[in-house]
Write a new protein. Sequence first.
Length: 345
Amino acid sequence: MKSIDLRSDTVTLPSPEMRQVMANAEVGDDCYGEDPSVNALQELAAEVTGKEAALYCPSGTMCNSLAHLTHGQPQGEVILGLRHHTYVAECGSAAALAGMSYRTLELKPNGGYNPGDLELAIREVDVHNPRSCLIWTENTFNVGGGVVVPTEELRQVRAIADKHGLPVHMDGARVFNAATYLGVPVKEITRYADSVMFCLSKGLAAPVGSVLCGSREFIQEANRKRKLLGGAMRQAGILAAAGIYAIRVMSQRLQEDHDNARLLASGLAEIADLRPDPTPVQTNMVFFWLASRRFTPEQFTQALKERGVLVLHFGEGRYRAVTHYGIEGSDIERALDTFREVSRL
């Protein structure tokens, strides 16, 4: 019996059709700009995000690091949320690579900024102050429960950034999930950011890679920084072809993941030992707490694992389950049976 892996949507495997596309991909040397599949992926990514150009990279973390490096400057400062992924889970890349400091703010439950806090966080020009260089957004907001930041919140950030002449970067790792939830094209969300990155290897189910999108000038400079970080690739078209298929085909099935997440959340709410996150499920993430003190987090996840269900302990007694390609409604029902069994131990 297969394991039901709900730890993340990064565990997706390419579909048979995607594997066939990869096998047939045209390739060339991407470092010379000669891989036709990479070039086609970048053109498609720029089109769907409404940007001038795009750059294919090995990972979302690299794309975000390139955003810090390209928008920022040494002794500068990036303004971001205390629970944004780039701050909590990307090895301090703004500081380590770009020589920038962090100006962290509490975010609202929907992943947006309090406009007054954001305005106050922008530094006055003073010899003692770091220079405010960049405002960061994240959509969907992972730690917040996979919630979609409302477009009105993004519009407010854009207005404040324009007032102060600052660029905005969007960590759009799961922006296709956000677009699915809102029922709008991706570019209707990304229009409020100067640059955006999105992951191909999460809900879109490609095996490797993310894309950074922005102006031609921005991408040209980011390409130099990608070389600096060792991210220039050669015959990467085998992977890029999967990315094209992911955008064109796999993006169309994300509603299924959202429906399965709501099915899982409603079932977990009926189990006495579990306490679901009060934030309504919007996309493909379900967060919950274990109310019982009979298990340590390690014991709880191990008991589930022994019965073929994998979830992620997110710290402080909070757990995450993520639905994705390869997880079907029958898997959700089996997972719920397993949660019920473990809760009775």
